[in-house]
Design a protein around this ligand. Sequence first.
Ligand SMILES: Cc1ncc(COP(=O)(O)O)c(C=O)c1O
Length: 484
Amino acid sequence: MTTSVRGDQLARLLGRWHALPGRRRSPDYAALAAAVRGLLSDGRLALGVRLPAERELAEALGVSRTTVSAAYRNLRETGHLTSRRGAGSWTTLPHGHRVATSGLWTPDDDLDMIDLGVAASAAPVELVPAARAAADELPRYLGSAGYHPTGLPELRAAVAEAYSARGVPTSAEQILVTSGTQQALDLVLRLSVPVGAPVLVETPTYPNALAALAARRARISTHGIDIEAGWDGEMLLGALRQTRPRMTYVIPEFHNPTGHLMPASLRERLVATAHATGTELIVDESFVDLPLDGEPMPPPVAVFDRHSRVTSIGGMSKAYWGGLRIGWVRASAPVVQRLAAIRVGVDMASPVLEQLVAVQLLRLSAEIVAARRAQLRFRRDALIAELRDRLPEWRFVTPTGGVTLWAELDGPISSALSRAAEDVGVRLAPGPRFGLDGTLERFLRLPFTLPADDLVEAVRRIASVRHDLDHATGPSWRTPAVIA
Ligand SMILES: Cc1ncc(COP(=O)(O)O)c(C=O)c1O
């Protein structure tokens, strides 16, 4: 199904397109086309979206229709737009590009790119031995069809045991194994959020959660997370009371992207308020295994749940490996059955072999997670040292866990900087990707999941293009690398 964007919506997304850094003498139509490409390349405008009619966009932007016509023509020439008489114009992927896991458009031949768009690590060394051991276990399952819509019993039991060990007594029947945390979120939304229902999310937040909510056509309102202080408890609970959302999505452990850890007291009040306002809480625990500085962890949000208001989701992508595609939902046993019924309409079940690999890895969780934490601590510290050295005017709080650092830049330059960085071989996910309305231009997420040398090199390159942005002469609104 093609979705469309209205003129006023696109105008809002485009923001100050005519006055962005680096633009000097390029004509309006070229700047407009470049700004639309920018939205496409950083994922704020999706593929297959119908753009407004030329006259409508011209009105919304306060420019002539000729300017919009020329911009659309330019976008068609670069492969970003396809038009058909009578049917309109919709966004397309130019030849030679693909959509990356981050949702960003990337050239096919970019092996040398340092990719800071993805906040996930390479596999641990234990993965291949675990896969071999899993293959040895496989014959036990080969005599049946292999479809287990709720997950393999032994994996469900292992995940339930880990919850119980964290202080939330859980039985295997309360666990649904999914294809990553992303599918867990999608299934829970399908069950709990009718089309158009009000939901509350943090801003900034995880972009693919916003994408899942957009697919439900949820009516989204936001709670702002401060770069230094994190959640403002009064504001968050106040927002719940005022908007009485059907559902609230939070990432309380080492929040992506800010890295904040929600204190125990707010967890307890959040659950109580959600109960009072009739709101379901979806708690994304993607980073719960990754405290980096030995701090004591607050209890899981579900500990405070006495009225079945909390659905927890999590998975193995961050502490183990994203390529496994193993995630889960923790809910009541009847809800798990309802989710499984929805799930069979999507992908039937998770692969048996991968689930067996997951069981093997969870048996080694103590070693694997300890090594991952040590690796991330080292990489985080290397990133921070280089940032302090090369970009001392950027402001951030050292994250005490997780995999991301949220930096406040020295100006509203995140998208321009990301486009410039792409030209020197660094892929960034600019701040506005993590919000709804393009307002996070002063911020940039920097994951520390790559090797320290790559992070150091990336910061050097970013610092050099940051300098160039201020000193650009002539028409330097460069075409983003993604469109070649
Ligand atoms: C907060 C959050 N939720 C969900 C996901 C998706 O994880 P998975 O790979 O398990 O689907 C991510 C991955 O970056 C994430 O950061």
